[in-house]
Write a protein that binds this ligand. Sequence first.
Ligand code: ZN
Length: 244
Amino acid sequence: MTPGGQQGPAPVLSDGAVPAGPLAESTPTAQDPPTTRRAPVVVPVAVPATRLAVTLSRVGTSQQVVFLGVDDGYVRSRWLLALERQRHLPFTAFLTNAAWRQDPGYWRQLQAAGVGIEDHTLTHPLLTGLAPTQVRRQICVAATADTAAFGRRPVLFRPPYGGTNAVVRRAAAGCGMRAVVLWDVTVNRGALQYVAGRRHLQAGDIVLMHFRPEMQQDMTAFLRQAAADDLAVAGLENYLTPGR
Ligand SMILES: [Zn+2]
């Protein structure tokens, strides 16, 4: 055994369906990531309840907060669990059903430490290519399974590959989702990538990350930038509240 645990084939670093990964980087916080600003009292943002779920790539708040959604769940990180147990960062895990099923206990531990579990379909297809009944199944059946596993029904939906249209939005609303959550900043291989040539995080940004072997690198880069821009990490579920 190596210090990092078992070594299988290198997991695929894509947003697609990847094979079962090992628990990555088991060494706890060798180097602690920066601490971010303390979260303010939440001023919620009402999301209108419509037949087509609202699509968001940022949250309309002027509070000094940034939102983080981490997708899929094929790679689990002990480092992240240790960090979360210390800091209780209210980020959102958009888990694919087929991914969390490999180790529900890990995700329940992350949830207990403060992470929100939300809907990212059953099997991660590009929904814009599917019939409405299939789209609905991917979102609704996943939500029902999430409810059984995690004791709470998801209220937010992130479409695989960001693929959305009216069919997806209608299905999301029909499955009880408040919003289709996209993003305006991504983290890949330890670097943030912004829309429109920006170089900083702004209040209300929604950041996209994935559960990948480089979680420590990615999360550290995100927290470093949030600290530099004086933003607290806030929970999407707390801010996006049901409107009329
Ligand atoms: Zn995904």
